[in-house]
Ligand binder design. Structure first.
Ligand SMILES: C[S@@+](CC[C@H](N)C(=O)[O-])C[C@H]1O[C@@H](n2cnc3c(N)ncnc32)[C@H](O)[C@@H]1O
Length: 399
């Protein structure tokens, strides 16, 4: 059955809350559901500039969600809510303030508005971090949905389940107003893969499923597995990465990179500005997650990428003739100058904002206003979402 038929042909009116740079809007476009964003709401000036630059025809309300009245919501007469509330209250680093964190206030306000709307929206999709599933905010959401007569399904999904070499494990909830039902059997379990649709849609493989994380049959087990070999990595870490890189159902990083003009050392003129500065190399060499263009993995890019190194995203080894093992050999015994000489063989660089956008599923026509700085680009991308994952969920929600 075509999506147009299953959503009654009419154009759905969509409200995009916490719209950021429009990841949800791109997902909606990608899944080709007949729909129109009737309002996008966000308070962040930079994100709003990027949104306006890419969606000049969409009404963008640069105000707080708590600043909208029930009448404002009713006037929009929407059929679908797409939203990514702030995730800091639910992350470990954000101290898990949950419902008592002031940043959750706007979300609780939405839950308060929902039962009072003149017309109940048919669909609702929420994205948040892993950790949300055990929060009181999640319990409040589920209670509101049940009270308002929705069926719902929760997920924990990463783009790797769609063959994208980037980990970004996120919580999602899709809801549909009864008596309409989903095309798949819902469960109270949090699903870690896209379900098989009863209406003929095919399922995908589980995120991070067997081939990418299971140890290879001949891997050397035993005492030495946890011992640091080089960098800060143990045999177990390296084995896991090797397995991920051999998983042919996931694409290679090179498919997502910007074209580089071949130049001495591999990093072309444009990309040279993304090379890691010496100070960063010296200070954080042991903590960086390094990937080569041929790899089939990268860690989640967060808003501090390009600024902080630890845990904010992978860096790229742009000179592939050099070996990480060699560059890192006996680093402890070297002077700073010698260390730099050795490490610089790898030509380590940050992924460019465009490359991160590619990995996050943003279309090639997505762009930034010229005055958006590189730091701002990393920041708003780090706050955004994987477009392809959300597109699959919207398709599943309305199908
Ligand atoms: C996780 S990001 C959403 C990202 C978005 N989905 C995207 O694709 O870029 C959360 C966004 O919520 C916005 N925000 C936070 N609190 C808000 C509030 N009370 N009212 C409106 N926007 C808010 C932030 O400015 C931020 O852009």
């Amino acid at each position: 059955m075509s999506l147009c038929r299953s959503v009654n042909m009419e154009q759905l009116r969509v409200l995009e809350l916490y719209s950021g740079i429009g990841g949800m809007h791109y997902a909606l476009k990608e899944c080709r559901v007949p729909a129109r964003v009737v309002a996008a709401v966000d308070v962040n000036t930079t994100a709003n500039e990027v949104y306006r630059h890419n969606f000049p025809a969409t009404p963008l309300w640069a105000k707080t969600i708590e600043g909208l009245t029930l009448d404002d919501f009713n006037r929009l007469d929407f059929d679908m809510i797409l939203m990514s509330p702030p995730c800091q209250p639910f992350t470990r680093i954000g101290l898990q303030g949950d419902v008592s964190d002031p940043r959750t206030k706007s979300f609780l306000y939405i839950l308060d508005i929902l039962p009072r709307l003149a017309k109940r929206p048919r669909f609702l999709l929420l994205e948040n971090v892993k950790g949300f599933e055990t929060s009181s905010a999640r319990d409040a959401l589920v209670k509101t949905l049940k009270d308002c007569g929705y069926s719902y399904q929760e997920f924990l999904l990463s783009p790797t389940c769609l063959g994208i070499p980037n980990s970004r494990l996120r919580y999602f909830l899709i809801a549909r107003a009864l008596p309409e039902s989903f095309s798949f059997q819902t469960t109270t379990e949090v699903l870690v893969a896209f379900p098989e649709s009863k209406r003929g849609d095919s399922a995908d493989r589980t995120p991070n499923s067997a081939p990418s994380h299971a140890p290879a049959p001949n891997s050397s087990k035993g005492r030495d597995e946890g011992r640091v070999l080089y960098k800060m990595e143990t045999a177990r870490d390296l084995e896991k990465k090797r397995c991920q890189d051999e998983d042919e159902s996931v694409r290679r990083i090179q498919d997502f990179l910007e074209e580089e003009e071949e130049e001495e050392g591999g990093a072309g003129p444009g990309m040279g500005r993304y090379l890691l500065p010496p100070k960063t190399l010296l200070r954080y060499a042991l903590l960086m997650d390094i990937v080569r263009p041929s790899c089939r993995r990268s860690v989640c890019f967060t808003k501090g990428y390009g600024h902080y190194v630890e845990g904010t995203g992978s860096v790229l080894q742009s000179c592939t003739d050099a070996q990480v093992e060699t560059a890192y050999a006996a680093l402890d015994s070297l002077t700073d100058e010698q260390k730099l000489l050795q490490l610089s063989q790898l030509r380590l660089r940050y992924f460019s904002p465009r490359e991160i956008a590619n990995l996050m599923g943003f279309p090639s026509h997505f762009s930034f206003p010229e005055n958006t700085t590189t730091k701002q680009r990393y920041r708003v991308l780090g706050n955004s979402l994987n477009v392809h994952v959300v597109a699959r969920l919207i398709t599943l929600m309305v199908g």
